[in-house]
Design a protein around this ligand. Structure first.
Ligand SMILES: NC(=O)C1=CN([C@@H]2O[C@H](COP(=O)(O)OP(=O)(O)OC[C@H]3O[C@@H](n4cnc5c(N)ncnc54)[C@H](O)[C@@H]3O)[C@@H](O)[C@H]2O)C=CC1
Ligand SMILES: Cc1ncc(C=O)c(C(=O)O)c1O
Length: 309
């Protein structure tokens, strides 16, 4: 039974995951190599807990869990039943973490990666006892989005997938088991198909970035939260999909590299909210207000989708 969880990496994803797991009654120890990340994560915890209260996520009868921060990786993983690796999307950084923890954990400690899409089979090559490694892909913001993908690599033992799926379910979240270890799994294959086309349309001057967001959020996003893509095909009619896709698919972006607009911005350190500028610009005050407003709206929508309003 999983009771003690170590989270390695406290950037965008780590603090929200820690808060959500603790709310589910689990004992979390959270570590980052950067002291500033640990400090920031500590201050984000209270914010995430407030959002969990607003979502109405109840503490289990046995009581809430805890989050403890540490700057010592051995302290973080020692005695853990599950380690969730949550460091940057780079195989060599992830492999370094696996090498470091290998001698610090028991051979049956489950090691999960929150990778956005590196095949688990590739990551398993860097850890001993690869049968205990599994993909556990959360969605951002992790304390609000309830769906988590679970992915087996070629060497993952089937019972590890079941254990992680059951853990996710036991704390009131929604596991989706992905049946093949394809790059990007399912969520990001679908998201990146959309993002590739969106970036291409803005880059070609077909639409302004703000208008692209209005079009997708109100034309597609709002609808798709209620009617998933497979159900949408039935609602529109497969005959319509057949006719439109027969001429449109060939015209959609099929670029297989990173779009120049994205390279230009990342080369200039314009990374989005985290650097103050990306597709749009953000002052620190605007960022704070935006994050609060987005959390409030996501909470309200989720409560309605769950039939709780
Ligand atoms: N940002 C997103 O929307 C999502 C990201 N992911 C995935 O989750 C993982 C983490 O992503 P983010 O939180 O966005 O990254 P991030 O770059 O915001 O944070 C990564 C953290 O890892 C720390 N770190 C780097 N090397 C480390 C090491 N050796 N030991 C311990 N900590 C170390 C960094 O100091 C940093 O705080 C990536 O694999 C990413 O693809 C998954 C779902 C959503
Ligand atoms: C752009 C982007 N890339 C990856 C992920 C998750 O792996 C997300 C997300 O969860 O929102 C994302 O927005």
């Amino acid at each position: 039974m999983i009771q003690r969880i170590a989270i390695i990496g406290l950037g965008t994803m780590g603090p929200g995951m820690a808060a959500r797991l603790a709310r589910g009654g689990l004992q979390v120890v959270a570590y980052d190599v950067a002291p500033a990340a640990i400090e920031r994560a500590g201050s984000m915890l209270g914010v995430a807990e407030g959002v969990l209260d607003a979502l109405g996520i109840a503490v289990p009868p046995a009581g809430a869990g805890t989050v403890r921060f540490t700057d010592d990786i051995a302290d973080a993983v020692s005695g853990a039943d599950l380690v969730i690796e949550n460091v940057p999307e780079n195989i060599s950084i992830k492999a370094d973490v696996y090498r470091t923890i290998d001698s610090l954990i028991a051979s049956d400690t489950i090691v999960a990666s929150d990778t956005s899409g590196i095949p688990i089979t590739k990551l398993q090559a860097h850890i001993s006892h690869p049968e205990r490694m599994v993909g556990m892909h959360w969605s951002n913001p992790p304390h609000i989005i309830p769906m988590i993908e679970v992915i087996a690599g070629e060497k993952t033992a089937p019972h590890i997938v079941t254990t992680i799926r059951d853990l996710i379910r036991s704390i009131g979240l929604l596991p989706v088991v992905v049946k093949k270890d394809v790059p990007g799994f399912v969520e990001n294959r679908v998201l990146y198909a959309l993002l590739r086309e969106a970036v291409d349309l803005v880059e070609r001057g077909v639409i302004e970035p703000e208008d692209l967001d209005t079009c997708v959020s109100w034309g597609i996003g709002y609808k798709i939260a209620v009617i998933g893509p497979m159900a949408l095909l039935d609602m529109a009619g497969l005959d319509i999909y057949k006719s439109v896709s027969s001429f449109l698919n060939a015209d959609l972006s099929n670029r297989d590299d990173v779009a120049p607009m994205v390279l230009e911005k990342t080369n200039a350190s314009k990374l989005g909210i985290k650097s103050g500028e990306g597709m749009f610009s953000y002052t620190p005050e605007q960022t704070k207000a935006l994050q609060g407003e987005r959390a409030r709206k996501l909470v309200a929508v989720r409560r309605i989708l769950e039939g709780r309003e």
